[in-house]
Structures are given as C-alpha cells and as structure tokens.
Ligand binder design. Structure first.
Ligand code: KG4
Ligand code: ZN
Length: 326
C-alpha cells in the first residue's frame, strides 16, 4: 500500500511516498527557514505564503522520485494538528482536494505522534533496520512540544508527561537568542557545547519530583541572569553557558524518560522531534540505555526534522484499520 504524505505544520513544505508504513520511496522537504532567520523565529504569514507557493511542485517531485504514478497512490495523509493554522490549512486543503479527486481516503495525522513514528521508517532494505517493539515509551522533543507517551501500538498513544511551560526546542532557541548565537538555536548550541565539555557553571532544571512532567522556563531565565551578570568578565565564554545549559536539559530528559520506561515496564524508548538530532542527547541516552538494558531508538538525522515521510508512515496504520476521516 502506497501512502502520499503531506506536511505543512510549521516552516516546511513537505511531501513523501511511503510503502506499507515503513519503506520511504521519496521524501521531499522545502524549508522557508532563511526567510524567517532575520526575525529570530517563524513568522506564520511568511510560512503559509511559501507553502501555498511550493505545495504543488513539492508533491509533484515526491511522486516523480517515488516512481509511483498518482493512480497507484492508495490514500493521502496530511498533518491536521498541531501547527500554525494558516500552514495547516494549505496542506490539509491540498491533500483533501487531491484525495477527493482520486476517490481515495484522506487520513488525518497528528504531527507529534508522527515524530515518534519516524523510528519505524527506513530508506534501506527492511531487513537492515531493527524494528522497535511495543509496548514502548515515546519521547517527543521538538520546537513546540516536550511530551512522554506510553504506546501500546502505532495507533494507541497515552500522554504520561509533558512540559508545563516552554518546550525543550523553544528553550534552546531562546537561550541562543540570549547569547546572540542565531536561529534556530538548537544546532548552534549543540555545536558550541562540544567545545566545552566540563564547564565550571551549573544550571538546574526544575525536577518536578513524582511526575513525568518537565519545566524549562526557569533554566532559560537562569541563563539570562547569568549572561547579564557575567558577559563582560574576561573569562566569560558562551561555550561554557551553552554546555552547562545543554547538560542540564539533557540530564532531565534522560532521567524522566528512563523513569517512564521503569514505571511502565517497557524496555523500548523511541525518541522523535527536532531536538532528537542533538548529539549529546543521543550519546547520553545510548549510554544510560545500555546500562539499564533499555533499547534506545532515534530516527536518522534527516527524519528528526519535520518531514512528510513520518506522516505517510503513521497514516498507513490508520488507513489499514479504516480509522480515516474525510
Ligand atoms: O521537530 P521540529 O523540526 O519542529 C517542530 O515540530 O517544532 O523541531 C525544531 C526544533 C527547534 O527548536 C530547533 O532548535 C531544535 O528542534 N533542534 C535542535 C537540534 N536540531 C534542531 N535542538 C538541539 N540540538 C539539535 N542538534
Ligand atoms: Zn515537528
């Protein structure tokens, strides 16, 4: 079964064709990131205008790359939530119109759950990719969300923890802004922190004991005050601040997600979302996972970012069980 996926929830316009929920036949992503950079964040009006401009050519390219003609597409899946409303409208209207014209189902897909599903996708032969098992714990770390899920299967996600304020990617972006490093801040802080592995400074994320929730707004304020107080001192280095910030947020993510595995008796942890590309998070979870005998799954780097392959992949499971909406 071939599903065409469409993703337009933030600044990307993306289309992909995925076979049987696992094998990526094409994956095209066009980002309007450069147009947002001067503003230090995504401008919704710019994002949706670019999506309106690109949606048709991106979809056409995904079909060409896949070598699957439109008539052999079995369903069209699109992100319907969460996201910027103007952007979502472009993708869902396009996908609904296309599915209607083909007389094929339209499948509504949740972007956050699809980030976790990216762990099941592969460009290689299916045999080469180890498949995560259920029940599993899912950790979504993106620009808009930080959530923990207990998953019985690809369709059944129960929310067991989430951020009470900022998302972790948002905290990375805000800290990068405080340190005047540029946008998006995550990859820049990730790189900068590698220059200073043992900073003398320490920041702490609120532990919120007894819960699987997170809070990242306090650490962002702590970084702001530290920067304002020390930035003119001779030995002040942004790399120290970046490293101390990163180590604190990564440790709380590691701690809470492994606690969730213990509490829900699952030895499979699936991570997804833009921050899943973070080199230190990948390293620390692999280290702690192997100590605690928990299988850790990260998507390939390109599949951590917003893409339509994850939408088509998860959409397959809903279409298979006929839980689609028109
Ligand atoms: O999932 P995503 O592409 O979009 C949303 O759905 O939000 O995530 C974007 C977020 C941004 O906040 C960006 O700074 C962060 O992912 N990010 C990273 C890294 N690469 C992207 N954060 C930390 N380390 C990275 N290497
Ligand atoms: Zn995302």
């Amino acid at each position: 079964m071939n599903i065409l996926g469409i993703e337009t929830s933030c600044d990307e316009t993306a289309a992909a064709v995925v076979n049987n929920g696992r094998r990526i036949l094409s994956n095209v992503v066009v980002s309007s990131l450069k147009q947002h950079q001067p503003f230090g964040g995504v401008i919704p009006e710019i994002a949706s205008r670019r999506q309106l401009e690109y949606i048709q050519s991106v979809t056409r390219q995904a079909l060409i790359d896949s070598t699957i003609p439109l008539k052999r597409i079995d369903a069209v899946a699109a992100t319907t939530t969460p996201g910027l409303i103007g952007s979502l409208l472009v993708g869902t209207s396009f996908a609904k119109a296309l599915s209607h014209s083909l007389s094929k189902p339209f499948i509504a897909v949740d972007h956050i759950k699809a980030h976790i599903y990216a762990n099941f996708l592969t460009n290689q032969s299916l045999k080469e990719k180890k498949k995560p098992k259920f029940p599993a714990i899912g950790l979504v770390v993106s620009g808009g969300h930080t959530s923990l899920y207990h998953m019985k299967n690809p369709q059944h996600f129960s929310l067991i923890g989430q951020t009470l304020d900022d998302a972790v990617g948002e905290a990375y972006d805000k800290v990068a802004r405080i340190l005047e490093l540029g946008y998006p801040g995550g990859p820049i802080i990730d790189q900068l922190a590698q220059k200073e592995k043992n900073p003398a400074i320490q920041f702490t994320c609120a532990p919120l004991p007894g819960t699987l929730n997170f809070s990242f707004s306090g650490i962002k304020t702590a970084v702001l005050y530290y920067h304002q107080k020390h930035q003119h001192q001779k030995d002040y280095k942004k790399a120290h601040v970046a490293s101390a910030f990163q180590s604190s947020v990564v440790e709380i993510l590691v701690k809470k997600s492994l606690t969730a595995c213990q509490q829900y008796k699952s030895n499979n942890l699936l991570i997804g979302g833009g921050v899943a590309a973070n080199s230190y998070l990948r390293k620390r979870l692999h280290e702690e996972g192997s100590l605690k005998k928990i299988n850790i799954f990260f998507p390939e780097l390109a599949l951590c970012m917003d893409n339509a392959a994850m939408i088509a992949g998860l959409g397959y499971h809903f279409n298979k069980s006929n839980i689609f909406q028109t």
